[in-house]
Design a protein around this ligand. Structure first.
Ligand code: C2O
Ligand code: CU
Ligand code: CU
Length: 494
């Protein structure tokens, strides 16, 4: 359907001979400490440069090579000094920020600030394409609370391969409120970013991207896990409460996180910031695009393994269960410590308007099989394939609305909306679990499920330049499961 681009040519995609996995750890291999042989990479923290009240970040995306194992020489994409992924960008609520992006990846790209509230022209979506060799500057103010966001390629039809190649990084917003909470906050020591991604490698070291229709239908999933770009990682941590900021940066795989002894951990934040209070969990399902911050008590001094358990969901009454259990990260705890208290309250959640009176907008997700799929019309929202020249929804600014996401396909889809943090009101009419009651920008919708969201777009309007909403399985997004909305001044506003 699409021309073979440069990035695609860096990724192994065609036929291959023999076992391409080589000596790499496979997902279902049994737990064994000798399997954790690489120290976890921590993306460098980058706070930009402050001048005249503006915090400026220079971000150059380029082609590179990364040794995921000695000598793999894998062609990858990275930002600045990172050969794969990019630095963690740190900024503070209330600041003006400027991102000077330079594209040296060899083909056009776009760089999107996922989770950020910003003017449409700064969004970094498909309308803000940066030519190869070109530059693009985004400038806006941070009007949202402390949260873990991320940035990634959003090039039309090429988001999947570009992110798979490495074009992603984290954004940390902090604020006075977050600083005042007594939570672990030493980056890389007790406040640890984890970018979870699955990848397939060919024996020659190249990443294997989509090879079959199957990789498109389910989304590209890999048999090897990278955490911050590290295969088979371990990290040494002090014997106290450890905070993990987890991003599911995979193209398509949903993780179900937990520990082999089923110990509980505390969820403290979701996509858009803190939960109102810590929520104790034994398992946490995290779909592509979603973030979660958790606290793990390492004070007992035992080593731990962060694991992902098989995905489970329902199609109607039929339970579907994956079979892949795999280890993500080993925590090597140095010494013994004392457990520390956790703040009982994290954030005052503003009251929501009564929803019965709100306007409702409906979004139906569908996957067509057969001829429609072959023609490239298989992935739709409200029966439509993404079209850059069509505005699908016009939304009034500063107005609460209820959006309903209806999944009529037979697999889960993570639905993401740009420029906003929303609240999940219900899943098929039932209150969502406590850890889903905070601010969100991406929500996993199971087959047959209808998820209700409450949202409001503030301050920025532009009747001609849209934002996106889409499935965050990047192969679905790239093939049309995406739509566009503008935020507009209400006409007869008094
Ligand atoms: Cu994370 Cu439209 O993207
Ligand atoms: Cu986004
Ligand atoms: Cu999807």
């Amino acid at each position: 359907m699409k021309r073979r681009t440069l990035i695609r040519s860096l990724l192994a995609g065609g036929a291959f001979l023999g076992n391409p996995w080589g000596p790499l750890p496979l997902l279902s291999a049994a737990a064994d400490a000798t399997r954790f042989y690489n120290r976890l990479a921590i993306p460098p923290l980058y706070s930009g440069k402050q001048k005249d009240g503006v915090r400026t970040f220079e971000l150059t995306a380029r082609q590179n090579r990364t040794d995921f194992w000695p000598g793999s020489g894998t062609p990858t994409l990275g930002f600045n000094d990172q050969t794969y992924l990019g630095p963690t960008l740190k900024m503070v609520r209330g600041e003006s920020v400027e991102f000077r992006v330079r594209n040296l990846i060899g083909e056009p790209t776009a760089v999107h600030w996922h989770g950020m509230h910003l003017p449409a022209v700064m969004d970094g979506g498909p309308h803000q394409e940066i030519a190869n060799g070109g530059r693009w500057t985004a400038r806006f103010s941070i009007h949202q609370p402390a949260a873990t966001l991320w940035y990634h390629s959003h090039q039309m039809h090429q988001t999947g391969p570009q992110v798979y190649g490495g074009m992603a990084g984290l954004i940390l917003i902090s604020d006075k409120h977050a600083e005042a909470l007594s939570l672990p906050n030493i980056y890389g020591e007790d406040d640890i970013p984890l970018v979870l991604q699955d990848r397939d490698f060919a024996r020659d070291g190249r990443l294997i991207y989509v090879r079959h229709m199957h990789d498109v239908m389910r989304g590209k999933r890999g048999r090897n896990i990278l955490v911050n770009g590290t295969l088979a990682p371990y990290i040494e941590v002090p014997p106290r409460q450890i905070r993990f900021r987890i991003l599911n940066g995979s193209n398509a795989r949903t993780f179900t996180l937990g520990f082999p002894d089923n110990r509980s951990f505390l969820a403290i934040a979701s996509d858009g910031g803190f939960l109102s209070r810590p929520v104790s969990l034994q398992r946490l399902r995290l779909s592509p695009g979603e973030r979660a911050e958790i606290l793990v008590d390492c004070s007992t001094g035992e080593d731990l393994i962060l694991r992902s358990y098989p995905e489970e969901f329902f199609i109607g009454r039929q339970r579907v269960r994956g079979f892949d259990t795999f280890d993500l990260l080993q925590l090597r705890v140095k010494g013994r410590g004392k457990p520390r208290g956790v703040p009982a309250r994290l954030l005052e959640m503003p009251p929501l308007p009564p929803q019965e009176l709100l306007p409702v907008r409906r979004f139906t997700l569908q996957m067509a099989m057969g001829m429609r799929m072959m023609r490239g019309e298989g992935f739709t929202i409200n029966g439509k394939v993404m079209n850059l020249h069509r505005i699908d929804e016009r939304v009034p600014v500063d107005t609460w609305e209820r959006w309903e996401i209806d999944n009529r396909s037979n697999m889960p889809h993570p639905f993401h909306i740009h420029n906003v943090q929303f609240r999940i009101t219900d899943r098929n009419g039932l209150t969502p679990p406590a850890h889903e009651q905070g601010w969100k920008d991406t929500v996993l919708v199971d087959p047959g499920e209808r998820v209700g969201l409450l949202l409001r777009f503030e301050r920025y309007t532009n009747p001609s330049l849209p934002y996106m909403y889409h499935c965050h399985i990047l192969e679905h997004e790239d093939r049309g499961m995406m739509g566009q909305f503008t935020v507009e001044q209400e006409k007869n506003r008094t």
